[in-house]
Design a protein around this ligand. Structure first.
Ligand code: TYD
Length: 216
């Protein structure tokens, strides 16, 4: 396996998806190999069906461990069908959310415990860890305000959680970033979109010089 595995993470309302859409064409212009932009569940049919079960607002009775196992199952299928083949072909994979989302949302948000979530995800991923993670950091008030103001899509089951849930998620992200300084790069996502995109771009290129030609 000689590709590069990058993930992008952050609490709801951090703007990950918008930032990634802006970043992708800029990175592709200077990349030494093809970039595969994906997101869990990434259009993989089985994973997509699992995700519909998780996020359906009617499923209020879902047990939190069931939720964690379903995320891990969807992740496994996406990994096998999309991420691993791309990495094995030497491509650069940029994935919108990965194991860190489960550690923070299920481990801390749902209070299952980050160690427990790490264990089931170790099984699901066979230990595959991103080479580099961009963490878009936003405080929970701002994040929640953004999702309720600008969401064009429907509000999903996790968006319905209150402020305290989202605060636990954010604190867990900050803890992960502190514990993994070599892998996780924190970006202040309260800045303007252009500033966030520019600093994300520089962070990715500088941390992975073998994969990108310097100077656009
Ligand atoms: P997603 O569809 O990626 O939406 P967005 O990133 O645009 O917010 O994720 C939907 C929700 O699922 C989001 O609130 C985060 C949550 N989530 C988890 O709780 N655990 C996970 O492992 C993943 C991947 C997502």
């Amino acid at each position: 396996m000689n590709g590069l595995f990058i993930t992008i993470e952050g609490p709801d309302g951090a703007g990950k998806t918008t930032v990634l859409n802006e970043l992708y064409p800029r990175l592709q212009m200077i990349a030494n190999s093809e970039i595969v932009k994906t997101r869990e569940p990434g259009g993989v049919m089985i994973a997509e069906k699992i995700r519909q079960i998780i996020l359906n607002p009617e499923h209020q009775q879902m047990d939190e461990r069931t939720e964690a196992l379903l995320y891990a199952a969807a992740r496994r299928q996406h990994l096998v069908e999309v991420i691993l083949p791309a990495l094995n072909a030497g491509k650069i994979v940029i994935c919108d959310r990965f194991v860190d989302s489960s550690l923070t949302y299920q481990g801390a948000g749902r209070r299952i415990g980050m160690k427990e979530i790490a264990q089931i995800n170790e099984f699901a991923t066979e230990g595959l860890t991103p080479d580099f993670t961009l963490y878009l950091d936003v405080d929970s008030d701002t994040g929640l305000r953004r999702i309720h103001r600008s969401r064009t899509q429907e509000i999903d089951r996790l968006d319905l959680e209150g402020l305290e849930f989202h605060q636990r998620v954010r604190h867990a992200y900050l803890k992960l970033a502190e514990e993994n300084p070599a892998r996780i790069h924190r970006i202040d996502a309260k800045a303007s979109l252009q500033e966030v995109v520019d600093s994300s771009f520089s962070a990715i290129v500088e941390a992975n010089p073998k994969y990108f030609k310097r100077g656009e």
